[in-house]
Design a protein around this ligand. Structure first.
Ligand SMILES: C[S@@+](CC[C@H](N)C(=O)[O-])C[C@H]1O[C@@H](n2cnc3c(N)ncnc32)[C@H](O)[C@@H]1O
Length: 297
């Protein structure tokens, strides 16, 4: 398993200001050794945005003593970050951590990471597909659910094969029983939020959502929760390897328009059709990324 160094090794290593090591206090001294090719890279802008939201919540004391569930725990970077905060006495009473992921690769990565840092017996991990069912014991008594989940449909027509483990970080497979949000690729988030509402209604959520589907990205939360607001907002480059064909198809079928940008300043809006053309030509395109916080009551 290859190692990603989040600690400061000897020599002149400058940690970029946005890196995980700088977001989670104390993580600079902890090895994130689980980031092999099968799991999501821990310094991705999506991960950094979610980590920032979690630290904001921690600083406000809102994670103290809470039961936290991460849907799509990936490389375990957030699990490690929360542990780093706890080791640095950031909490009066550290939160508990449960992680869930569809791939065994991720569950194993999280388990090995926690074992390497001596806290494997403090966490709970589940391999489970959110598209079908989250085990009741994984979600019961949860106070806060956070997630950075795929928001692009796996396009069998274009791909002509099944996704590999790493690709579950970027795409989800639309089941036979579609929900309306599948039309614009927010179906996995919709199903996750519905299960949270049903199975642990008092929990608040912190979810990454890209604003590519415009107002529909917010409606996903405002339709289901009493209060919903973005707590982090970034404009980030679209991952150039992720195909936008399913967004283009949605635009054609619905006469709706996706929200991408030509520039990092978000001054020039373009639709998915133009974004996909630019992507194929190797030109950078951008989109919003929000961390939405939502709760009942
Ligand atoms: C974008 S990665 C995020 C990883 C990590 N949470 C982070 O922020 O760095 C999404 C994760 O969700 C998992 N995932 C994708 N589809 C899922 C599903 N249907 N059920 C459970 N987990 C899923 C993937 O395997 C992947 O680890």
């Amino acid at each position: 398993m290859s190692e990603i160094q989040l600690l400061q090794p000897p020599g002149e290593v400058v940690i970029p200001p946005q890196s995980i090591a700088n977001i989670y206090r104390g993580a600079a001294n902890m090895d994130l050794n689980a980031a092999d090719a099968d799991v999501f890279p821990p310094d991705d802008p999506w991960t950094l945005a979610l980590a920032e939201a979690l630290v904001q919540e921690a600083e406000a004391g809102r994670l103290d003593g809470k039961n936290i569930l991460e849907l799509g725990a990936g490389s375990g970077v957030n699990m490690l970050g929360l542990k780093a905060l706890a080791l640095n006495n950031f909490f009066r009473n550290p939160p508990s951590f449960t992680g869930l992921d569809i791939t065994m690769e991720s569950v194993r990565a999280c388990d090995e990471l926690a074992a390497a840092h001596g806290f494997a017996d403090e966490i709970r991990l589940y391999q489970s597909n959110l598209l079908s069912d989250v085990p009741a014991e994984a979600i019961a008594d949860t106070d806060i659910v956070f997630a950075c989940l795929p928001q692009v449909r796996w396009d069998y027509e274009v791909m002509q094969r099944e996704p590999q483990a790493r690709e579950f970080a970027d795409y989800y497979i639309v089941p036979e029983q579609e929900v309306p949000e599948d039309a614009y690729a927010l179906g996995l988030l919709a199903r996750a939020l519905d299960q949270i509402r049903d199975k642990t209604p008092k929990a608040s959520v912190l979810f990454n959502v890209a604003g590519r589907q415009g107002d529909k990205s917010f409606k996903l939360f405002t339709d289901r929760f009493d209060r919903a607001e973005p707590v982090v907002h970034r404009v980030i480059p679209h991952d150039p390897t992720t195909s936008l064909t399913s967004f283009v198809r949605w635009e054609q079928m619905s006469e709706e328009s996706c929200r991408f940008y030509r520039d990092a300043e978000a001054s020039q809006k373009i639709d998915a059709a133009e974004a996909e053309e630019r992507r194929v030509e190797g030109v950078e395109v951008y989109h919003d990324l929000f961390v939405m916080k939502a709760e009942m009551g």
